[in-house]
Design a protein around this ligand. Structure first.
Ligand SMILES: Cc1cc2nc3c(=O)[nH]c(=O)nc-3n(C[C@H](O)[C@H](O)[C@H](O)COP(=O)(O)OP(=O)(O)OC[C@H]3O[C@@H](n4cnc5c(N)ncnc54)[C@H](O)[C@@H]3O)c2cc1C
Length: 518
């Protein structure tokens, strides 16, 4: 079975990442990616989480090359603006590197104790958040390094002038990313690209797909197929008619109005901004030559014209959205059906908040490729792996739902949100539990995308936690002098951040040091 024939149907970021990851695990496979230039890719989806850096490292793609080729910028977290409707904001960072914690904490004292104490006092967690401090100054957690030269070496990069102080992720131009990954796949990784529109499948007696007919008359045979066809959902949806699990009762947003806004190209924020609007929220993601933006709203209240008017009023200028996307928050019950595995939008999509999609699909896909099941897939193995996928996908909507439990009430959408949606039972349990025992890392399972610091940032940002309960919990740590520690931590962060580089300067350095694509 060493030369199995694999089809990847679709050439968006899901398709090319699938082809490249499959190649890393199976050097002998014959991999063909089918895509239609006329249909094109979605082109939205420009934010990631730190796992993306590990992913491209695993794929032997240097961060600096991606920055150069995909108009990338760094992302150290998400700034949530106006979610309580009061002109304030809170920052959801990528939890600090272990070393950063070691520098400032002793064994008796953990970040979670401090945050429990601060929430109990009604203080803003950004005051002790290193990344929130950097974000205000448009800086990144890198310092010019004259002491040692470790730098980005663990990311296979040649940048030795900087030292890395914390987690980061990337923003990129989604079209450039697909193009760049496609270039690497075809020129360096022996992945074949076939152009054409899907027409129909051929199958064997057990219902396994044996090949794809294209509208241009081509036929591509296969032993295994990845459905990466985006919202078209050609195989899991249209061919297999797999059961769909809807999240609409929790997350009602269903329409996105994307558009671009130019910037001056010199310095820009190292974060995604998520701005609460009257009927949903708007993302603002900086890449090197523009902001990619989009208003995600609930179409049961407004249509795209009203959404556009609200955005123009907020920004103070006209926008030109090329098209509107409709989506349904949800997932197919199974990721694997027969010899077909769904990746990306073709398998599930919740909504753009927190940029969860690439993390979820790549985590599941790597588990699948590692398992070796692609060469020996039985119904029992499929059932086991489908259950693992479910455990990774299912907690995401719960964490996203938390973001909407805010104080904002300036429109029917926000006024009726709690009444018109259902809180997950698991979230009710968490709320009640965390009023009795402090929220620690162990409360979040290893398979979940969001750990305790994320729950604390967002939960306190929207005032989800009961202050009196948190104050009562923190009273057991009075001997730790937490206010003094908070002051010490804020000073330490301020001192460290003075040495950190401006985002724009750091990107210029990365661009200078990277090699152009061959
Ligand atoms: C508004 C919005 C914002 C998002 N933001 C984020 C984010 O910040 N972070 C994140 O991780 N994810 C985000 N996502 C999800 C994101 O889009 C996906 O993670 C990612 O881009 C993968 O897309 P895809 O490859 O699945 O689909 P697409 O990019 O749509 O690719 C589908 C491919 O299938 C091909 N195809 C379709 N039909 C046919 C046919 N009949 N014949 C041949 N080929 C066909 C197309 O040509 C294309 O190549 C967002 C999604 C939306 C809708």
């Amino acid at each position: 079975m060493s030369n199995k024939r694999i089809i990847v149907l679709g050439g968006g970021s899901a398709g090319w990442l699938t082809a490249l990851l499959t190649r890393e695990f199976y050097p002998e496979f014959d991999i063909t990616l089918i895509e239609s230039e006329e249909i094109g890719i979605l082109g939205a989806g420009e934010g990631t989480v730190p796992h993306f850096i590990e992913l491209i490292d695993f794929l032997r793609i240097p961060v600096s090359a991606l920055v150069r080729e995909c108009s990338s910028t760094l992302k150290i977290g998400i700034k949530f603006t106006n979610w309580n409707g009061d002109g304030t904001s809170y920052f959801h960072d990528f939890a600090a590197k272990d070393e950063l914690e070691e520098w400032v904490f002793d064994d008796n004292f953990r970040y979670n104790m401090l945050t429990t104490h601060l929430i109990g006092k009604g203080a803003h967690l950004d005051s002790v958040n290193f990344y929130a401090g950097l974000a205000k100054q448009w800086k990144v957690p890198f310092v010019l390094n004259d002491l040692n030269d470790v730098a980005l070496s663990n990311y296979r990069d040649s940048i030795s002038a900087v030292q890395h102080l914390g987690n980061f992720a990337l923003h990129f131009d989604a079209r450039l990313l697909a193009k760049y990954l496609g270039h690497i796949a075809q020129s360096q990784r022996r992945i074949k690209r076939v152009e054409g529109k899907f027409s129909r499948v051929t199958e064997d007696a057990d219902g396994n797909i044996t090949g794809i007919h294209l509208e241009n008359g081509n036929y591509v045979p296969c032993d295994f197929i990845f459905d990466c066809s985006g919202f078209a959902r050609l195989l899991l949806g249209k061919h297999f008619n797999e059961k769909w699990i809807d999240y609409k009762q929790h997350l009602p947003l269903d329409t996105a109005l994307p558009f671009f806004v130019p910037h001056d190209g010199t310095n820009f924020p190292p974060y995604t901004e998520a701005i609460a609007m009257k009927y949903g929220w708007m993302w603002r993601i900086p890449v090197q030559n523009r902001y990619g933006c989009g208003y995600v709203f609930d179409s049961s209240y407004i249509d795209e014209h009203e959404a556009r008017r609200e955005v123009e009023e907020y920004l103070g200028h006209e926008i030109n959205p090329p098209k509107t996307f409709r989506f349904q928050a949800g997932t197919f019950a199974n990721t694997i059906v027969k010899n077909c595995y769904g990746v990306g939008l073709s398998q599930h999509f919740v909504e753009p908040l927190e940029a969860t999609s690439i993390w979820t699909f790549s985590k599941n896909l790597i588990n699948f490729l590692k398992s070796g099941a692609i060469t020996n897939l039985t119904p029992e193995v499929s059932a086991h792996l489908n259950e693992r996928c479910r455990l990774i996908i299912e907690p995401v909507p719960e964490f996203l739902y938390l973001h909407y439990l805010t104080q904002r009430n300036d429109s029917p959408f926000w006024q009726q949100f709690r009444a018109k949606t259902t809180m997950m039972d698991s979230l009710k349990v968490k709320k009640s539990l965390w009023e009795k025992v402090p929220l620690f890392d162990a409360d979040t399972l290893p398979l979940q995308m969001f750990s305790a610091p994320s729950w604390l940032s967002v939960g306190s940002g929207v005032h989800f936690f009961d202050k009196a309960s948190f104050a009562r919990l923190a009273s057991q740590w009075e001997h730790l002098q937490l206010d003094q520690k908070a002051g010490f931590l804020a000073k330490k962060h301020e001192h460290l951040s003075r040495a950190c580089m401006l985002h724009g300067d750091f990107l210029s350095l990365l661009r200078q040091k990277s090699q152009p694509v061959q």
